[in-house]
Design a protein around this ligand. Sequence first.
Ligand code: HEC
Ligand code: HEC
Length: 301
Amino acid sequence: MIQFISNTWSVYITVLTLISIAGCAILLKSQSKQRKRREGGAPEVTGHKWDDTLEEYNNPLPRWWMALFYITIVFGLGYLLLYPGLGSYAGLLGWSSHGQYETEKAAAEALSKPLYDKFAQVDIPTLARNAEAHGMGERLFLNNCAQCHGSDGGGRPGFPNLRDNDWLYGGTPEAIVETITQGRQAMMPAWGDQLGPEGVRKVANYVLSLSGSRHDAALAAEGKTTFETLCAACHGPAGTGNPAFGAPNLTDHVWLYGNGSEKDIVQTITQGRNGRMPSHAGVLTPEKIHLLAAYVYGLSH
Ligand code: HEC
Ligand code: HEC
C-alpha cells in the first residue's frame, strides 16, 4: 500500500508529473515546425559558426526521431494509467511490489512444502544424517541464526557455541526444538552490591577451582560458603549447572562469557548476565524449526 501522510503530497506529485509530461509534449510540438527559410530558399541558421564557413541549420529533428519521443510520452501515460506512479493512485492493474513478493513467496512455499512435510515425518537424529536436509537446514541457519551464533555455529562471547556438546538448556532433540521455538531468557543475578568487590573475588576464585583452573586457594576456601548459599540453587551444589535455568556448568573449560579468566568471572558475578535467545515461533513454521533443530543437532553429533 502506498501511504502518504496527507493527501496534499499525492495531489502535488500527480500534478507535477502530468505537467512535466505535458511540458515535454509542448516542447516537442514547438520544435517540430519547419522554420521560415531565408531569401533564396536556404534554411534558417542558428548563428553557430565554425571556421568562418561552416554554419548550423536550424532544422527540426528528423521525423522518426520525433515519433520515438511521442511514443515515449504515450507509453508513459499508459504506464501511469496501469501501474502506481501518480501519487496514491494504485493503477488499473492493482499491481504492487508487496503483492508480487507475496505471490512469489507463496509459490516458492508451495514448491518446497512437500519436502518440508516429508522431513517433518523423520525423527531429528536420523534427519541430521540426511545430506539434503543438511543443505536446507544450513541455508535456514545462515538466514536466521548466523548473525548471533556465527556462520559455522561456533558462537562468540555471550552467544553459545552450538558445535560442542556443552549445553545450557540440554542438547536433546526436544530441548533444541523448544529453545528455537520458545526462545530462552537467562537470569544470572548481579551480586556486586551484596558481596562487595572482595566477596566477589573470593567466590570467583572458588568458581575457578571448580574447573581446576589457576586460582588463589585461600580466597577460594573463603568463597565456598557463599557459593553454597547463593549460587548452588541454580548452578548445582557441585557447580555442574542446571538446564532448567540455563545455568552453565562451571566445572568444565567452556565459557559463555570471556575465556574463563578471573577478570571475566568477576565481571559476570558483579554485573549479572541476561543472555536472550529470541523466540522463532512466529517467524519460522514448525517444519522449518524441525529441520533447523536437526541441523543444529548434527553440528555436535
Ligand atoms: C539475537 C541473537 C540470536 C539469534 C538470532 C539466535 N540465537 Fe540462539 N541463542 C542466543 C543466545 C544469546 C543464546 C543463549 C541464551 C542464554 O544465554 O541463556 C542462544 C541459545 C541457543 C541455543 C541453546 C544452546 C544451549 O547451549 O543450550 C540453541 C540451540 C540456539 N540458540 C539455536 C539457535 C537457532 C537454531 C537460531 C536460528 C533459528 C538461533 N539460535 C538464533 C542468541 C540468538
Ligand atoms: C537464578 C539462578 C542463578 C544464580 C542464583 C546464580 N547464577 Fe550464575 N548463571 C545463571 C545463568 C542462567 C547463567 C547464564 C547466563 C547467560 O546465559 O546469560 C549464569 C552464568 C554464570 C557464569 C558464567 C559462566 C560462563 O560460562 O561464562 C558464572 C561464572 C556464574 N554464573 C557464577 C555464579 C555465581 C558465583 C553465583 C553465586 C554468587 C551465581 N552464578 C548465581 C544462573 C544463576
